[in-house]
Design a protein around this ligand. Structure first.
Ligand SMILES: NC(=O)c1ccc[n+]([C@@H]2O[C@H](COP(=O)([O-])OP(=O)(O)OC[C@H]3O[C@@H](n4cnc5c(N)ncnc54)[C@H](OP(=O)(O)O)[C@@H]3O)[C@@H](O)[C@H]2O)c1
Length: 240
């Protein structure tokens, strides 16, 4: 039986590339999204990958969303917590709403999704969870206290869950992309994107396919002895 993979935020950007890579590798893939229906429909008709809409920042919606996915495709074997947003501003000017929106989606959302799938994975004694962190969670980033905190929090979540899950055949790992050529990156001012690119020893942005490749590797059954790890995908921009 093909394994079932659920990619949150799997209809655009890095998530779309992850969904497509898993689909091409033979997984039955569910790609979730928040509200951009046009992008999700375009993605679904282009790829044939099933899309599902819910807000990962809502605990009950995650429980219900996983049930709907499992009824449609079968039990979730692989969860990729990719959904993420930015609300950039210096911390002294950041509103509680901007702080909470990012923490709720990028960090709490990942916990809610893990909570929704872990029971089934433990019962079936197999699972792969891959959390989409960021270089900015590893080193911090000016103007992104909320985002950096959420992405650093994901690394702690990854390591704690790795320990809790190891004896059930479930691995929990993170990938930490650097600056990747996506809409999220290009939402930043062009001068900032140019400055970020100038810091990358490889002198280019990363591609979504390069991130997807690492996720595919960690999702594989043969990656069974790797857990609690973080793969940095940043062109030499930052070494941990
Ligand atoms: N781009 C980079 O350079 C970079 C670097 C490091 C890490 N990352 C991380 O990689 C991930 C993907 O980034 P990206 O650049 O591909 O982003 P993106 O192009 O903006 O796509 C974000 C995806 O997440 C979904 N999403 C957002 N909020 C959600 C919510 N509350 N519930 C469910 N889905 C939600 C979006 O759904 P809709 O389409 O409905 O809005 C969309 O499918 C993020 O976690 C980001 O922090 C990105």
């Amino acid at each position: 039986m093909p394994k079932v993979a659920l990619v949150t935020g799997g209809t655009r950007g890095i998530g779309a590339a992850v969904s497509e890579a898993l689909h091409a590798a033979g997984y039955r893939v569910a790609a979730s999204y928040a509200g951009n229906v046009d992008a999700a429909h375009a993605f679904e008709s282009r790829t044939g990958i099933a899309t599902f809409r819910w807000d990962v920042a809502d605990f009950d919606a995650c429980q219900d969303g996983v049930k709907v996915v499992e009824e449609a495709l079968g039990p979730v074997d692989v969860l990729v917590n990719n959904a993420g947003i930015t609300r950039d501003r210096s911390a002294h000017k950041m509103s509680p709403q901007e702080w909470l929106a990012v923490i709720n989606t990028n960090l709490n959302g990942a916990f809610y999704m893990c909570n929704a799938v872990l029971g089934g994975m433990r019962a079936r004694r197999f699972g792969r969870i891959i959390n989409m962190s960021s270089i900015n969670g590893q080193k911090g980033q000016f103007g992104q206290a909320n985002y950096s905190a959420a992405k650093a929090g994901l690394l702690g979540l990854t390591r704690a869950l790795a320990q809790e899950s190891a004896k059930y055949g479930i691995t929990v790992n993170a990938v930490a992309p650097g600056h990747i050529d996506t809409e999220m990156l290009h939402a930043a001012p062009p001068q900032l994107v140019a400055a970020l690119k100038a810091q990358i020893p490889m002198d280019r942005l990363g591609t979504v396919e390069e991130v997807a490749h690492s996720v595919l590797f960690l999702a594989d059954e043969k990656a069974a002895f790797i857990t609690g790890s973080t793969i940095s995908i940043n062109g030499g921009n930052y070494f941990v």
